[in-house]
Design a protein around this ligand. Sequence first.
Ligand code: PLP
Length: 396
Amino acid sequence: MTLSGDAPGAVRNPYLVERLQGFGTTIFAEMSALAVATGSINLGQGYPDADGPREVVDAAIAAIRAGDNQYPPGPGIAPLRAAVAEHQARFWGLVFDPDTEVLVTAGATEGMAATLLALLEVGDEVVTFEPYYDSYAACIAMAGAQRRVVTLRPPDYSFTVDALRAAVTPRTRVLVLNSPHNPTGKVFARAELEVIASVCVEHDITAVTDEVYEHLVYDGEHIPLATLPGMRDRTVTISSAGKTFSMTGWKTGWVCAQPDLIEAVRTVKQFLTYVHGAPFQHAAAAGLRLPDAYFEDFAADLASKRDLLSGGLADAGFTVYPSSGTYFVTVDIRPLGATDGLEFCRSLPERGGVVAVPTVVFYDDVAAGAPLVRFMFGKRREVLEDAVTRLKALAR
Ligand SMILES: Cc1ncc(COP(=O)(O)O)c(C=O)c1O
């Protein structure tokens, strides 16, 4: 790719490209290609291998057949905004006005991109925890802002108050929090959220939360940061249907915040995708209104898969760090005589027939992330059993 000059296809915005240099191809694309090339079990990328609830599928089909196939309204269809508001009240006790405080987006990814582009000026700083989901770093860079990271350290991926305070400067505008957290499976505890909230209030920082795994919690409880004192009106809460309903390809998400923040995010969002996926918006609304039993059974099933894979990884010799939520469990590879997670994951498909993701790609502090690897357990039981058998053979 050319950064300047007159060659055909030359990139005309060298500043943007420069900011994104180093991001390269995502690790998920590289590892998924390896899985295909080697016929390995793909426990790398975070998508389930079975569809979600029948009611949700039927709602999408019904919407298509009913002719809901044109551009939906800019803020999202009214039934989905209402269902999001109901869901926030039902599960988390958060009250949002569906007309002024809810915005539908093309997945949480677009919600995060539009929010960061709306809130950040060139030169602003964003505090986030590492390992961080890769799109945050890219969006912060696209906004011309800088990230300052606070490292979460195993075994419990905790952070120190001093490290958080040290990351805040007079330029800090935004703090991004992902809980339940990808890739570690950490569910931030109330005491940790209280520290984060007090820092946001003290320094007048807007919090942006990524809660796409809000219903994938097995130990402890999910506590939205917006529920803490002083946080409701300074938090942009983002989630989506992809993980909760096992439909990651539908890319239907939402943003909840006070009206001024929603207006700012909507202004940017309209020039990203404008709108998207009308039938899937109807389906997400149906999903959010499913009875409690759906959400409970879903989490119980994933918890048993978490146990199956975590146990298998421990039997294979890895140091396994506890995962309380998400699809993911992380391990330290050093007991197997390896130290470089990237190298380990690049050779694992050939050696062991399994694909995993090196979490070092989500760290600025490369030494902290080097020996850590993420495995995904949101697959069918027989697939996980096969993967465990293969990994145990590798250890022998
Ligand atoms: C932490 C986190 N945020 C956002 C996303 C993407 O969400 P969506 O598909 O709704 O854009 C993912 C998907 O893996 C994720 O892990």
